[in-house]
Design a binder for this molecule. Structure first.
Ligand code: PGA
Length: 322
């Protein structure tokens, strides 16, 4: 241990030295720290005695550090950074007992996010949580404005913003028709046959819509769009009402799969494999609550997969499955 320093130097002296080096002047440092100039000079004199060498030399109307002064400055910066970090962590520790967590998710993640949030609230009863569900475009907008602590969506590398992403779960997209549709039970249906059907499309800004449009485009095809609807729930109702077929996330059927009103069509190239990630802007330090939720959600992966497998099995009862 550098006992000489610990006995004689103080954090306050290091803070004063740091300010003088940064501002180039004893006067400006005194102003910034709300100290008188004699106090600043006295503290630097004491610090220089501890070090055993002068710490500053005149440079025109300002001062600049000597070599020894620069070394002390470097150590002071490291210490200050460590203390700031400590302060954040201590605040976070208090925050985990009581605090707020905001999660922003794309529409298809709403079919499992409440389940994870519910388990999280049980484990940490002092934390208030909020869940904001929007389409992909809107979730990305929310992230740019720092409106939530953490986000769930897919393809995080294509949004044009630097982000940190942690894999969460698969998000397969399937073609869904009413259970009595003539194509139910057929195998390996070509996409060319699908465009002959009336198609229900999500609203602009939807990630699923972008994927579908891209897919048909790649095959030189255009879906026969009968209507545009702004939610997965509305689309399921429209399919049941006989208004057409659509592409949905398999997760969006987890409560309907067993009811026998909707079926999955066995179409070549399906399901389209998408994935969900837990995402936040790169460089933005996550609060302890957000970090804890992230680890909690990753542990929950197995439950999401199990629900997905059950949904798939229930839909496959009516015919050949992808
Ligand atoms: P959406 O997102 O709700 O915007 O369609 C789903 C997705 O991107 O997979």
């Amino acid at each position: 241990m550098p006992s000489r320093f610990i006995r004689h130097a103080s954090l306050r002296q290091l803070q004063i030295l740091e300010a003088i080096v940064r501002l180039g002047s004893f006067t400006r440092a005194a102003e910034e720290l709300f100290l008188t100039q004699p106090t600043v000079s006295m503290q630097i004199k004491k610090l220089s005695e501890t070090v055993g060498a002068p710490l500053f030399m005149p440079a025109g109307r300002n001062v600049e550090p000597t070599e020894a002064g620069r070394e002390v400055y470097r150590a002071a910066r490291t210490l200050m950074d460590a203390l700031v970090d400590l302060e954040i962590r201590l605040a976070d520790l208090k925050g985990l007992k009581r605090g707020r967590f905001r999660l922003g998710v794309i529409t298809t993640a709403k079919y499992f996010a409440p389940e994870i949030l519910g388990a999280f609230c049980e484990a940490y009863p002092g934390i208030d949580v909020s869940l904001k569900v929007s389409n992909r475009h809107r979730v990305i907008e929310r992230m740019s404005n720092h409106e939530d602590d953490l986000y769930i969506f897919g393809e995080p590398d294509t949004i044009g913003l630097p982000v940190e992403a942690t894999y969460l779960a698969p998000n397969p997209l399937i073609i869904v028709a009413r259970a009595d549709h003539p194509l139910v039970g057929a195998s390996n249906i070509p996409l060319e046959r699908i465009v002959q059907e009336r198609f229900i499309l999500r609203e602009p800004g939807s990630g699923v819509r972008d994927t579908i449009t891209r897919l048909f485009g790649e095959h030189g095809l255009k879906p026969n769009v009968r209507m545009e609807l702004g939610s997965n729930e509305a689309i399921k109702h429209a399919i049941i009402a006989g208004l057409g077929i659509s592409i949905l996330s398999l997760h969006s059927l987890n409560l309907d799969a067993g009811a026998g009103r909707l079926s999955m069509l066995n179409v070549a190239g399906f399901p389209i494999q998408r994935d969900w990630y837990l995402v936040h802007p790169k460089g933005r330090e996550l609060s302890l609550i957000a970090r804890t939720f992230l680890a909690f959600a990753v542990e929950h992966q197995v439950n999401i997969q199990e629900t997905l497998a059950r949904t798939h099995a229930a839909l496959c009862q009516s015919g050949p499955c992808n």
